[in-house]
Design a binder for this molecule. Structure first.
Ligand code: GTP
Length: 241
């Protein structure tokens, strides 16, 4: 492990569910504060950090879609949910770490936050600010994982991290199959062909075609993010070419 971070700029994808902690719905302040402090450590080590957050803790489209709701309307509601989460993260980062944060939204909602402007996002990162990308890609039919892959590529991140509840990618669901084993590394093509379920195929193909290295790790482990950015490969599963 070197004393210098192994990555200069990372994009961290958090699911909306990650923010609700034990609550079952909404946003848990202890969780956002924990995440803010994990992020603070890596920013202070000199790493530029961008975030993409989902919205499933506030709104899930499937039940309404099953009941007949228009898919596009449902997806737009989901995008608005991610804006709420992004604002909560911005607040937690600024209040509990003293870092600066900026939310940029893929849909225009100027009274609330900035629009997504790639060059401005990069400028914020260079100034040590945490940039939270909200509203997914701004389009229906795309997941926040696809948004994360897209933004990671656009800002020239060295690594995209996907924070999950398990410490990497397994041969099968470790909660259901005790014989499942964790991969240290896997190629994009293996992840795609074996349908390992870590991200949707659109997001995975975007990463593959643009050589965006991905690390899937357990966000609940204190210090794991820091270890990963310092180059410790014993945490998580890496997906690359
Ligand atoms: P630099 O001056 O370039 O270093 O960046 P800055 O973000 O500090 O300056 P800017 O003048 O762009 O923004 C000042 C504050 O206004 C920041 O908190 C921004 O997030 C916020 N801000 C900038 N543009 C918008 C916008 O379109 N909508 C909203 N709601 N806030 C904005």
């Amino acid at each position: 492990m070197s004393a210098q971070p192994a990555y200069k700029r990372i994009l961290l994808k958090l699911s909306g569910e990650a923010l609700m902690g034990e609550l079952g719905f909404g946003i848990s302040p202890p969780v956002t504060s924990f995440l803010a402090n994990e992020i603070k450590a890596v920013v202070e080590a000199g790493v530029q950090v961008a975030l993409v957050v989902g919205g499933g803790n506030i709104f899930r489209g499937e039940p309404l879609a099953k009941a007949g709701m228009d898919r596009i309307t449902g997806d737009q509601m989901g995008m608005l949910a991610t804006v709420i989460n992004a604002l909560a993260l911005q607040d937690a980062i600024e209040r509990s770490t003293g870092l600066q944060a900026r939310v940029q939204s893929a849909i225009r909602i100027n009274e609330v936050c900035e629009d997504f402007i790639r060059r401005k996002a990069v400028r914020h990162l260079e100034k040590g600010r945490v940039v939270v990308f909200a509203a997914g890609t701004g389009n229906p039919f795309f997941t926040t994982d696809s948004a994360a892959a897209l933004r990671a590529i656009e800002i020239g991140a060295d690594l995209m991290l996907k924070a999950t509840k398990v410490d990497g990618i397994y041969t099968a669901d470790p909660k259901k199959d005790p014989a499942a084993t964790r991969y240290d590394t896997v190629t994009y093509d293996e992840a795609l062909s074996r349908r390992l379920g870590v991200m949707d195929q659109t997001a995975m193909v975007l990463c593959r075609d643009n050589k965006m290295k991905l690390c899937v790790y357990d966000m609940d482990r204190p210090g794991a993010l820091m270890k990963i950015v310092m180059g410790d490969r014993s945490f998580g599963t890496y997906v690359d070419a």
